[in-house]
Design a protein. Structure first.
Length: 396
């Protein structure tokens, strides 16, 4: 099997080179053993060879300027008085690591590039909370280096952006107060709707449209106030946000009844074929979601994740981070309106995602479905530079 092209020599590779040189194998044989070109082995030996012992006389060895360029396998090595070059795996690998450190410590960025980044990129990340991936998609011409280099320049403090502006790097955990008075979901409603049943359904219907469902609460515990119902189309990473007056099942049912009227039953069945949610009491009436009470027809299937297994609907959990940038934990939702929710969803759905080939959920959703559907859902496309994921979004 051929080695990966351009892959650096490892410590084990250098041990093999030294061992084969000690046994007088040529560069071609060593290269075949390591799946490398013979010139790679030759360059490695000449670059990292060193003079052994004191220089007794200045007469060079015959191997100094011709392969193998070192005296590792020479039978006269112990008593030869000529200048002797030796290859050692330990010395070679130490020099290699030091070269890497020196190269990576060097700043490959000009003052003009720093000024351009601080003028254009930094405000987007500091004031609008754009991610590093997002600014790389928006302004690749201003960032001619890798993302890891960008992180390094931030750590070194040469940009206006700081680690505190990177939401995935610095996080402050808000303590959550457990609600001892909450009611538990009746286990009987989950029969035929367990996560194992969901996996079986997907196994037989791999192309099914899966929608993950959850709620986001405002003040601690979510008691006696508004909360957000979030619906995420797993295939497109496209999220809908609806404001609920209370975290109760009847208000969740109302949202779905409104969606059935808005989209029509046929389109609703196509988009919401499968709904995966957690065990919250607000989802304790799955029959009302599944059934069209005008005809008595079952139009979708609701399934529940296993207890304490939020990773089973990880896509929507990850998308909640964008909501929390705009509405941090502990924020009251009392002043929110449904128009605010449409605005938040529009900005979040316009963020380009690496998982979608650097396209936004809005672009992917509109590509596979009619744009009129998105218009019905009141989601708008936001230009990349106008996306704002800060608390200032709702105060403009």
């Amino acid at each position: 099997m051929k080695a990966k092209k351009y892959k650096h020599l490892s410590f084990e590779d250098r041990c093999t080179i030294e061992q084969f040189l000690n046994n007088n194998f040529n560069f071609t044989h060593i290269g075949n053993r390591l799946s490398k070109d013979r010139t790679t082995i030759s360059d490695e030996v000449r670059k990292h060879r060193f003079l052994k012992g004191d220089l007794v006389n200045d007469k060079p060895c015959c191997f100094e300027n011709k392969p193998p360029y070192v005296c590792n396998g020479c039978k006269k090595l112990s008593y030869c008085n000529f200048t002797k070059y030796i290859y050692s795996h330990a010395v070679a690998h130490n020099e290699y690591k030091q070269t890497l450190i020196n190269e990576r410590a060097h700043l490959k960025i000009t003052k003009e590039q720093i000024a351009s980044i601080n003028d254009v990129i930094s405000p987007l990340m500091i004031f609008k909370h754009h991610s590093i991936n997002q600014v790389y998609i928006e302004h690749p011409e201003l960032l001619p280096f890798s993302k890891s280099s960008f992180y390094k320049y931030i750590d070194l403090g040469i940009l206006d952006v700081r680690n505190i502006d990177l939401h995935r790097k610095v996080r402050f955990k808000v303590s959550k107060e457990y609600d001892y008075h909450r009611t538990k979901t009746n286990i009987k409603i989950k029969i035929g709707r367990f996560y194992s049943d969901f996996k079986t359904y997907i196994e037989f219907n791999p192309d099914a449209s899966v929608v993950e469902m959850d709620t986001v609460i405002g003040t601690a515990g979510g008691q006696g106030g508004k909360c957000l119902l979030t619906l995420l189309f797993r295939k497109y990473n496209f999220m809908l946000i609806y404001l609920l007056p209370y975290k109760k099942a009847k208000y969740v049912t109302k949202v779905f009844n409104d969606l059935k009227k808005l989209l029509g039953i046929n389109l609703f069945k196509r988009l919401f074929e499968v709904i995966l949610t957690d065990n919250g009491t607000e989802f304790s009436d799955p029959d009302s979601i599944e059934i069209d009470f005008n005809t008595g027809e079952k139009v979708c299937s609701v399934f529940f994740c296993d207890p304490n297994s939020s990773w089973q609907k990880g896509a929507i959990e990850k998308n909640h981070q964008f909501i929390r940038y705009i509405l941090p934990k502990g924020t009251s939702f009392a002043s929110l309106t449904q128009d605010d929710c449409y605005l938040i969803a529009s900005h979040i759905n316009s963020i380009p995602r690496l998982s979608l080939g650097n396209r936004s959920p809005y672009e992917v959703f509109s590509f596979f479905l009619d744009i009129s559907i998105i218009d019905k859902l009141q989601i708008k496309k936001i230009d990349y530079d106008d996306i704002d994921l800060s608390i200032r979004l709702l105060h403009k």
